[in-house]
Design a protein around this ligand. Structure first.
Ligand code: PLP
Length: 432
C-alpha cells in the first residue's frame, strides 16, 4: 500500500470530516490522491515556493495550484492589490476600469488576441469558446485530442471511440450521447489522423481545440508538423483553431505557447495564471470573431462575477510582474538543471524513464519509450509513480498526485530548490 511514513493526525481528522460533508472529501477530484493512494495533507498556508500543512510539515510545492501560482504563494504585491480591491467593494455587476486593464495586458502579450471576454473558470472559457466557434461558423463538429483536458464541459468530456472518425462517447455518467455526438476525438501529434478527419468531414468541422503543450496527460509537447497541419487544415476548410492556454498562457512565455512556437490560433482560452490564484478564465481572439458575442453580437454568454474586482486585481498585479520582471529565462535555467539532473539520477539507478519538459512545466514518466500522445503516456508504470510520489512527499517535495499531471516550477525558486528536489529524487529512486 502506498502511504506516507510521516504521520499527519490533523490532516487525517480533517479528511474524515470533509468526507462526511463533501463528496470524496474534496472539491476537485485530483486532490483526493486517488491515483497514488493514501490521504492528502490539508494545507494551512503557502508562502513563496512552499506549502505548509496543518500538521506543520513544509513542502516545496510543485503543483502551484495546477499552474496558477507562477509567482509562488502570497506574493506581497498580489496580496496588496487584492486587499486594496477588497476595501473598495468586491463585486458590482457594473463595469470597472480594471476589466480593460487586464484585457489590455492580455491583448498586448498575445498578438492573436485582439479582444477578450473575462469569465470565472477555464471550464467556462472552453464552453464559451466552443459556443462561439459553432455560432460563427454555423457548423457543429468540434475536434479535440485524446488526453487533452478543457475543463468539465459536457461536449468535451469525451473518450475516443474505437474509430477516431466515429462519434465521441461520453466519458462521464450524466453526459447524454447527444452532447458528444458532434465531438471528434483524435490522437495528439497524429498529422495523418488529422488529415483524414478533415478529408472526410472537413466542411462540418466548426473548430479544433487543443492544449498547444499538453499538461493534462503529463507534459507532452507538440511536434512542429502537427502545429503546421493544424493551422493549414483549419484555414483550408474554414474551421477555427482554438488554443487552450489555460496552463501554458503566461507560463511558457509571456505570450504563452503561441509565442514560443510562433503559432497564430483564431481563439485562445486562458485561466489559472491570469487570475493570480483567484477564480478566473477568459477567452479571446480575432476581433471579427469576438464581436459575435453578446451584446456586440448574437452569441449569448454572461456572468454575474465575470471581470470580478478581486480576481482582476490579482490578475493585473500578476501579469504586470510577469511583464516588467519576466521570470522566463530564470525558469528555463532551473528547468534545464532539473531535467538533466533527473535524467542522470534515473539512468544511474537503472529506472526506465522519460523526462518531458517545456520551460517550467515538466513530467517524469516511468516508461522507456518516448511519450508523444495519450497511448504512450498510458504505458507508464503508475504503481512506480505512486511509490515515487510518496517517497518525495516524505522528503518534503509535493508533486502533482498523478503520473498524468504536469509539475510546475515557480519564479521564487532558485538552484537550492532544484538541488533539494534532485536530492529527494535520488534518494527516492533507490527505493523504487
Ligand atoms: C485547468 C484547465 C482547464 C479548466 O480550468 P478550470 O478553471 O479548472 O475550470 C482547462 N484547460 C486546461 C488546459 C487546464 O489545465
Amino acid at each position: 500500500m502506498n502511504v506516507s511514513r510521516v504521520p499527519r493526525p490533523r490532516s487525517h481528522e480533517a479528511y474524515r470530516r470533509a468526507q462526511r460533508l463533501i463528496p470524496g472529501g474534496v472539491n476537485s477530484p485530483a486532490r483526493a490522491f486517488g491515483a497514488v493512494g493514501g490521504e492528502p495533507p490539508f494545507i494551512a498556508r503557502g508562502e513563496g515556493p512552499y506549502l505548509y500543512d496543518i500538521d506543520d510539515h513544509k513542502y516545496v510545492d510543485l503543483i502551484g495550484s495546477w499552474g496558477a501560482m507562477i509567482l509562488g504563494h502570497a506574493h506581497p504585491e498580489v496580496v496588496e492589490a487584492v486587499t486594496e480591491a477588497m476595501k473598495a467593494g468586491s463585486s458590482f455587476g457594473a463595469p470597472t476600469e480594471r476589466e480593460s486593464e487586464i484585457a489590455e495586458l492580455i491583448t498586448e502579450a498575445v498578438p492573436s488576441v485582439e479582444m477578450v471576454r473575462m469569465v470565472s473558470s477555464g471550464t467556462e472559457a472552453a464552453m464559451s469558446a466552443v459556443r462561439l466557434v459553432r455560432g460563427v461558423t454555423g457548423r457543429n463538429v468540434i475536434v479535440k485530442f485524446e488526453g487533452c483536458y478543457h475543463g468539465h464541459v459536457d461536449s468535451l468530456l469525451v473518450a475516443a471511440g474505437s474509430s477516431a472518425l466515429t462519434h465521441g462517447t461520453p466519458s462521464s455518467p450524466g453526459v447524454p450521447p447527444g452532447c458528444t455526438q458532434d465531438t471528434l476525438v483524435l490522437r495528439y501529434n497524429d498529422v495523418h489522423g488529422l488529415e483524414a478527419a478533415f478529408a472526410s468531414r472537413g466542411r462540418e468541422i466548426a473548430g479544433v481545440i487543443l492544449e498547444p503543450v499538453v499538461g493534462n496527460m503529463g507534459l507532452v509537447p507538440p511536434t512542429a508538423d502537427f502545429l503546421t497541419a493544424l493551422r493549414s487544415l483549419t484555414t483550408r476548410f474554414g474551421a477555427l483553431l482554438v488554443f487552450d492556454e489555460v496552463m501554458t498562457g503566461f507560463r511558457l512565455a509571456f505570450g504563452g505557447a503561441q509565442e514560443l512556437f510562433g503559432a497564430s490560433p483564431d481563439l485562445t482560452i486562458f485561466g489559472k495564471i491570469i487570475g493570480g490564484g483567484l477564480p478566473v478564465g477568459a477567452y479571446g481572439g480575432r476581433a471579427d470573431l469576438m464581436k459575435h458575442i453578446m451584446p456586440a453580437g448574437k452569441v449569448f454568454q454572461a456572468g454575474t462575477l465575470s471581470g470580478n474586482p478581486l480576481a482582476t486585481a490579482a490578475g493585473v498585479a500578476t501579469l504586470r510582474i510577469l511583464r516588467d520582471r519576466p521570470p522566463y529565462d530564470h525558469l528555463e535555467h532551473l528547468g534545464l538543471r532539473l531535467e538533466d539532473g533527473l535524467r542522470d539520477l534515473a539512468t544511474a539507478a537503472r529506472i526506465p524513464h522519460q523526462v518531458s519538459r517545456v520551460g517550467s512545466m515538466w513530467t517524469l514518466f516511468f516508461t522507456e519509450k518516448p511519450v508523444t500522445d495519450f497511448d504512450s503516456a498510458r504505458r507508464s508504470d503508475t504503481a512506480r509513480f505512486a511509490r515515487f510520489f510518496w517517497s518525495m512527499m516524505d522528503h518534503g517535495i509535493y508533486l502533482p498526485c498523478s503520473q498524468f499531471e504536469a509539475a510546475f516550477l515557480s519564479a521564487g525558486m532558485d538552484e537550492s530548490h532544484i538541488d533539494r528536489i534532485l536530492h529527494a529524487a535520488g534518494q527516492s529512486f533507490l527505493s523504487l
